[in-house]
Design a protein around this ligand. Structure first.
Ligand code: ADP
Length: 440
């Protein structure tokens, strides 16, 4: 690892946890040593300060995508202030690549509050524009003439139109952003983006002169994102998916703010035991559990009804695990019909909370028993596990699959080392668990 200590220069505010990990993973891939914080820290422990001293980028993971807009704004401004105090000079508001939001927010209100805080008088920044570009071509998210495509479909024709919390029924991002903002929204069209950084800079200046405060940028491939990263590098705020993050490290390096580190993804080699915990019922996780059990690997099923009767499931699970010679999987994952039956019997929230509690107890007991590497499937499930383990800060390592890196928890002195692979339910192929264990 390089000992370059230029300090934190990039601050990212992510509106959800797995999105934070996704963008952090992109930054590491491009050579930035990256630390992820789970929420805005109350203060910095000595261990956190040490991790930050060796970081180029800090990603603060918030839960602000669907909270009330004023709460999302307050949390995001607190994250911004924290990042500024840590030394960050370039700012990135990471949103979903399908621009998950409603006319009430939260992308527009949060972005406007951040831009106002960054581009206020005395900040010395040239332009007072914010760039908006959720494109992530590697994952099929492209923007053309301001319209967001998911694969070959317009966003408004994709499954996102039925999302329970943030149904996306309009693919025109200029219109979607304008509905959430008071500042005027303009479009940076693909014909300009394709001409590269200078053309982009000239057009941005013209759009600002025209009264725009926000610019939605087209991007259909990585070359477009590279051009945008260079041509919009002087803007105070980027509102983007994780795609745009790929081009940013090289821009920061050219400015002399960071030194790219080929070993940015390197975590400590660990020899302790591993375990897999699955609390997601997504189709991808169902396939992963089925793949594991079909290979004859040890698997212990969490029964929510038994948990509701107060049976000591974590103790039983740990006693079973102690008899295994292979890595154990603990899973609550089940198909839609069985999930619906459990939810009808116990209630949706209670069933979820019971499962999360058992997963958290198992994780805590495993770590006490010497486990050093945990793979966790499910966004909420991951949240329950990191909370139970008292983890607030993660160093980001190499990606196992797109958007899912190994991470190393920053621990207090004397605590044994711990690495976590935290995946949102729908990520990864059927052999994800074995792939993750082999990759560490
Ligand atoms: P995903 O990332 O796929 O959304 P999450 O972990 O975020 O996964 O959410 C899954 C939710 O379903 C969790 O609250 C979990 O506790 C709950 N759950 C998992 N298995 C069961 C089950 N068998 N019965 C009821 N609830 C379950």
């Amino acid at each position: 690892m390089s000992d370059a200590t230029l300090g934190v220069s990039l601050g990212v505010i992510a509106d959800d946890f797995t999105g934070a990990t996704d963008v952090a993973s992109m930054l590491v891939r491009a050579g930035l040593r990256t630390v992820q914080l789970l929420g805005v820290p109350g203060g910095a422990t000595p261990e956190m300060a040490q991790a930050l001293a060796r970081a180029d980028a800090v990603v603060v993971a918030l839960k602000s995508r669907t909270t009330p807009a004023d709460q999302a704004v307050a949390d995001s401004l607190a994250a911004l202030r924290w990042l500024q105090a840590a030394g960050a000079r370039q700012f990135y508001f990471k949103v979903c690549s399908t621009f998950d939001s409603t006319p009430a927010g939260n992308i527009g209100p949060v972005a406007e509050a951040l831009l106002a805080a960054l581009a206020g008088p005395g900040q010395g920044l040239g332009l007072r524009l914010g760039l908006v570009c959720p494109a992530f071509p590697e994952n099929g998210r492209t923007v053309f003439r301001g319209h967001l495509f998911v694969g070959d479909e317009l966003l408004s024709d994709s499954g996102m139109r039925h999302h329970p919390l943030t149904p996306m029924t309009d693919a025109n991002l200029v219109r979607v952003m304008q509905a959430q903002c008071s500042g005027r929204v303009g479009l940076l069209r693909h014909d300009t983006v394709a001409r590269g950084a200078e053309a982009i800079m000239a057009r941005l200046a013209a759009l600002q002169a025209d009264g725009c405060r926000w610019v939605v940028a087209d991007a259909v491939d990585n070359a477009d994102l590279q051009g945008l990263a260079e041509g919009a590098a002087h803007l105070p705020l980027w509102v983007a998916g994780s795609g745009l993050a790929l081009g940013l490290p090289a821009v920061l390096a050219r400015r002399g703010w960071v030194r790219l580190d080929a070993a940015a993804a390197l975590l400590d080699p660990l020899t302790g035991r591993s375990a897999v915990l699955a609390g997601s019922c997504s189709l991808a996780t169902q396939a992963q559990v089925a793949h594991w059990t079909a290979a004859g690997r040890p698997a212990w099923q969490i029964d929510p009804a038994a948990a509701a009767r107060g049976e000591p499931l974590a103790e039983r699970a740990l006693a079973w695990a102690a008899r295994q010679t292979d890595t154990p999987l603990f899973y609550a994952t089940t198909d839609a019909a069985s999930l619906a039956a459990t939810q009808a019997a116990l209630g949706v929230a209670r069933a979820g909370a019971l499962v999360e509690q058992v997963l958290a107890q198992i994780a805590r007991a495993l770590v006490l028993a010497g486990a050093q590497r945990l793979v966790v499937a499910g966004g909420e499930s991951s949240g329950a596990v990191v909370q139970a383990l008292g983890v607030h800060t993660l160093r980001i390592g190499a990606a196992i699959c797109p958007g899912v890196p190994w991470t190393q928890a920053v621990r207090a002195p004397g605590e044994p080392p711990l690495q976590l692979a935290l995946k949102s339910g729908n990520f990864g192929g059927p052999d994800f668990f074995s792939q993750a264990l082999a990759a560490a």
